[in-house]
Structures are given as structure tokens and as C-alpha cells.
Design a binder for this molecule. Structure first.
Ligand code: MN
Length: 232
């Protein structure tokens, strides 16, 4: 590697289930509203086209299988929200992909949390300012181990849930997505040339809400096991 004038930043990557090799991460894209019930709770009719935003790749908090990750309660918020999501990881990419081509780009899936400073996001919406401080803060993307699509299939249906301190908060089904995972990837590829290592958070079902220090979160997606974090 070329010599650098400051220490080279650590390249973000995901833990891969059943492997010592890691999945290098290039970018993290997110779908804004992709479950009708959550779109309604955020003020839409439930039929608007989903939109996209991004988090920095180094916002990832890797949560190993069978462990409880620790997410420090972030600064400058009094309303930290959970959004449980299916995360899809791309092994290949492209521009203007068809839905079939998009499906063929998928390397695998993981459980993710799109943690959100909801008060800052609401202020950004009100003032027309960008979302980065609300959505892209350090460790705003806890992600469990990545499972290969060879093991999981295309994850088109199955329960997706989140409980806080043992109480169910979010309970949806992957089949309730407004846009399927391949459809969302195909649409995203009209805006950006997608590349190996890109991740897409695919949206959250209804029931988002606040967490406080000391809370224990357990996210689950059928076929991917569970991911647990504690708010510090
Ligand atoms: Mn989200």
C-alpha cells in the first residue's frame, strides 16, 4: 500500500457467519419508507415511492453472534429511536439494474438497526436541512453477522421483530415491504453506480420508539437469528 501522511483509517467491514473472512463495506444506503404501516405512522398515506439516504460506512457497530453489543447513548439527543431492518449486502453492482440483475447482485443478508436521533431528524425535516446528524452518527448502524444468500435465499418473507426489555415493540413481515429487496436495489441503481461492498438498509415496520440508557434490545429476522444490543 502507498505511504500515507496520517494513519490510514480502519476500513469498515462486517463479520460473516461461519467464516473467519470479513465482508468489506464501501457504502451504506438506506430506504426511507418501505413498509406501509411505518410510512403511515410517519405521516404518509402508505403509497408514496420510497426514498433513499445514506450513513457513513464507519457508523457500523458489529454485533457478533451470541453476544450483546454496547451502543453508547449518543450526544445531542433526547429521543433515540430504534428501527429494525433487513440489511442486504451486495457482492457485485452496476447502474440502471433490472430487478433480476439486482437480485443477482446480492451477496447476503444481516439484521440491522437504523438508530435515529428522532428529535434532530424532525428538526431537519421542519427546516429542510440534511439528515446526517439525525441518521449518520457514530455507531448508528448496529449490524449482526452477515449470512450468505446461498444459505438464506432471497428473504422475501418472514417475521422481523424488535423487543425492548422483553417487550415487543416492532413486529412485521418482510413480505410487507412496499418495494421488494431487488426492486429497491434496482431503483437505487438509477441514482448511484452500485459496487461490491455496498449495503442497503431496507426500511422498518411500524412501532418505532425511544430507548434509554440501560435498555436491552433484541432484533430478530427469521433465518438470520437474533441480534442483541444494550444502550449504555
Ligand atoms: Mn430506517
Amino acid at each position: 500500500m502507498d505511504e500515507t501522511v496520517i494513519p490510514r483509517p480502519v476500513a469498515p467491514s462486517l463479520v460473516v457467519q461461519g467464516s473467519s473472512a470479513r465482508f468489506p463495506v464501501r457504502r451504506i444506503y438506506c430506504v426511507g419508507r418501505n413498509y406501509a404501516d411505518h410510512a403511515r405512522e410517519m405521516g404518509d398515506t402508505g403509497r408514496e415511492r420510497p426514498f433513499f439516504f445514506a450513513k457513513p460506512a464507519d457508523a457500523i457497530l458489529n454485533v457478533a453472534d451470541g453476544t450483546e453489543g454496547l451502543l453508547a447513548y449518543p450526544s445531542v439527543t433526547h429521543n433515540l429511536h430504534h428501527e429494525v431492518e433487513l440489511v442486504v449486502a451486495l457482492g457485485t453492482g452496476g447502474h440502471d439494474l433490472t430487478v433480476d440483475q439486482a437480485a443477482a447482485c446480492i451477496w447476503g443478508f444481516a439484521i440491522g438497526l437504523d438508530m435515529t436521533r428522532r428529535d434532530l431528524q424532525a428538526e431537519s425535516k421542519k427546516t429542510g436541512r440534511p439528515w446526517e446528524t439525525g441518521k449518520g452518527f457514530d455507531h448508528s448502524a448496529p449490524i449482526g453477522p452477515l449470512h450468505s444468500v446461498k444459505d438464506t435465499g432471497l428473504m422475501a418473507a418472514g417475521p422481523i421483530t424488535l423487543s425492548v426489555n422483553g417487550q415487543m415493540r416492532q413486529s412485521g413481515d418482510l413480505s410487507d415491504m412496499i418495494w421488494s429487496v431487488p426492486e429497491a436495489i434496482a431503483d437505487l441503481s438509477t441514482f448511484f453506480t452500485l459496487q461490491p461492498g455496498d449495503l442497503l438498509f431496507t426500511g422498518t415496520p411500524a412501532g418505532v420508539g425511544a430507548v434509554v440508557a440501560g435498555d436491552h434490545l433484541e432484533a430478530a429476522v427469521q433465518g438470520l437469528g437474533k441480534m442483541r444490543i444494550r444502550i449504555g
